[in-house]
Write a protein that binds this ligand. Structure first.
Ligand SMILES: NC(=O)c1ccc[n+]([C@@H]2O[C@H](COP(=O)([O-])OP(=O)(O)OC[C@H]3O[C@@H](n4cnc5c(N)ncnc54)[C@H](O)[C@@H]3O)[C@@H](O)[C@H]2O)c1
Ligand SMILES: O=C(O)C[C@H](O)C(=O)O
Length: 333
């Protein structure tokens, strides 16, 4: 029996993500929580002929507590999305408080749940969840994940486009490390599972890297004020959740890049050496297991261009992480 909970389930990501989770044979119970519309979304999904029992909850009568009771995995896509001209950090003002309050609910009701954070800015919201858990003495770095899978999905797609064959996209694997915003997104094209076309120039590699780093902006611009990536994010979130669920159920050797606390495993120290910075959080390739983070894998051999990208990522990551931590630690006025 596995209970999954989506917080922010009525939103642009929340609805398609809940749909995908409802189709998962690995989930037996699906709870949907939002400040609006969850009874309707739950009623709709509950007619789908898959095993998961679906319930919708709203804030009154401790809806959050009821939604979270007995949760094994909690996915958080709650919060506002970007509009053109905004950075993810511009969302901090609103989303930090939303994520802090939801994390408080999880810490109180489902402290052992695996928590998958989608709400932006991920580089700060994941530290917020960790800090709230520390305050409630339930912090386990192996169980908190920033979902950076969309960067990985984009990298696979864009590389397959360059290869000239989208049918290989699902098999193309490109680690994307660092964080989830602009320069902190570091795709390691040199580690592509599929050889890049021999005629790609250095400028092509730079353009491809830039497209992965700013793929989110591409969607924000195209949606023209109506939000950011929702459908591709729902796909990516469901992919990561499925990997984690398979790992929890005992499947070995499942690896995915995800934004984690580097104390979750000894391997985090090696990553800190590789990036030459004592960052607490970083999106690294992580082997998933029954307890969540099984192993943090080293970055490994990268090109000198990628080394430059990593150097550029560190100061922004550091600032983003500190912002999240101090938001929770600061005395409330
Ligand atoms: N990690 C990633 O790769 C990634 C990708 C895309 C979007 N995002 C982020 O995901 C978030 C959601 O994006 P969206 O497009 O679904 O936005 P949206 O506005 O369509 O949906 C957000 C939902 O959150 C709900 N919500 C707001 N406050 C809440 C609270 N206190 N408790 C529960 N629910 C609450 C809203 O009612 C809404 O239904 C944004 O912050 C966005 O930037 C992250
Ligand atoms: O770009 C955004 O604001 C949403 C998300 O982080 C993305 O990468 O698509």
């Amino acid at each position: 029996m596995t209970k999954a909970v989506v917080l922010g389930a009525a939103g642009g990501i929340g609805q398609p993500l809940s749909l995908l989770l409802k189709t998962s044979p690995l989930i037996s119970e699906l709870s949907l929580y939002d400040i609006v519309n969850t009874p309707g979304v739950a009623a709709d999904l509950s007619h789908i002929d898959t095993p998961a029992k679906v319930e919708g909850y709203l804030p009154p009568d401790d809806g959050l507590g009821k939604a979270l009771k007995g949760a094994d995995i909690v996915v958080i896509p709650a919060g506002v999305p970007r509009k053109p001209g905004m950075t993810r950090d511009d969302l901090f003002k609103i989303n930090a408080g939303i994520v802090r309050d939801l994390a408080t609910g999880i810490a109180k009701v489902a402290p052992k749940a695996f928590v998958l954070v989608i709400s932006n800015p991920v580089n700060s919201t994941v530290p917020i969840v960790a800090e709230v858990f520390k305050q409630h003495n339930v912090f386990d770095p192996k169980r908190i994940f920033g979902v950076t899978t969309l960067d990985v999905v984009r990298a696979s797609t864009f590389v397959a486009e360059k290869i000239g064959d989208l049918s290989v996209a699902p098999a193309v694997s490109i680690p994307v490390v660092g964080g989830h915003s602009g320069v902190t997104i570091v795709p390691l094209l040199s580690q592509s599972s599929h050889p890049l076309p021999a005629n790609l120039t250095e400028d092509d590699i730079k353009a491809l890297t830039n497209r992965v780093q700013y793929g989110g902006d591409e969607v924000v611009k195209a949606k023209d004020g109506a939000g950011s990536a929702t459908l591709s994010m729902a796909y990516a979130g469901a992919e990561f959740a499925a990997k984690l669920l398979r790992a929890i159920k005992g499947e070995k050797g499942i690896v995915a890049p995800t934004f984690v606390h580097l104390t979750a495993d000894e391997g985090g120290k090696k990553v800190q050496q590789e990036i030459e910075a004592p960052l607490d959080f970083f999106s690294a390739r992580v082997e998933l297991g029954a307890s969540g983070v099984e192993k943090i894998l080293p970055i490994g051999k990268i090109s000198s261009y990628e080394q430059t990208l990593l150097k550029a990522a560190v100061p922004e990551l550091k600032a983003n992480i500190e912002k999240g931590v101090s938001f929770v630690q600061a005395p409330k006025l």
